[in-house]
Ligand binder design. Structure first.
Ligand SMILES: [Zn+2]
Length: 129
């Protein structure tokens, strides 16, 4: 299981990388008006999410990798289900999957990026419970 204290928990559920309790984004990644806006500070432990201006630009490199992982996952799924698709059908399927998961990929990439720089702090997490 992915529990609090594991980086995966913070990444997949878009929680604060330090306390794993506060929300990381202003809104759900699929709420497009607030598209993937990272909060200024964690509402629980007050961690400042951006170390410097345009801190999250680097997460674009991460989203490239995550996007490829999704594409590979779609391909593997078609193999598991024994679908022998034409390359053009497979291409459309992968592009659709990337569009559908796009907002989440972008959000998860920012979360991964933040988790590279911030560590889970058990003491802080227990203090604010
Ligand atoms: Zn926090």
């Amino acid at each position: 299981m992915v529990g609090k204290g594991s980086k995966l928990y913070s990444i997949l559920f878009l929680k604060c990388p330090r306390c794993h309790q506060g929300e990381f984004l202003e809104a759900n990644p699929y709420k497009l008006s607030n598209f993937n806006k990272v909060k200024v500070r964690c509402p629980k432990c007050e961690l400042k999410y951006s170390m410097e201006p345009s801190f999250y630009t680097g997460s674009m490199y991460v989203s490239y990798g995550v996007g490829i992982a999704v594409a590979v996952a779609v391909y593997v799924l078609t193999l598991i289900f024994g679908l022998s698709l034409k390359i053009s059908t497979l291409f459309i399927l992968i592009v659709s999957a990337l569009i559908l998961t796009g907002p989440y990929i972008a959000a998860v990439s920012k979360s991964i990026w933040a988790n590279i720089f911030f560590k889970y702090d058990k003491k802080i997490a227990e203090d604010i419970k």
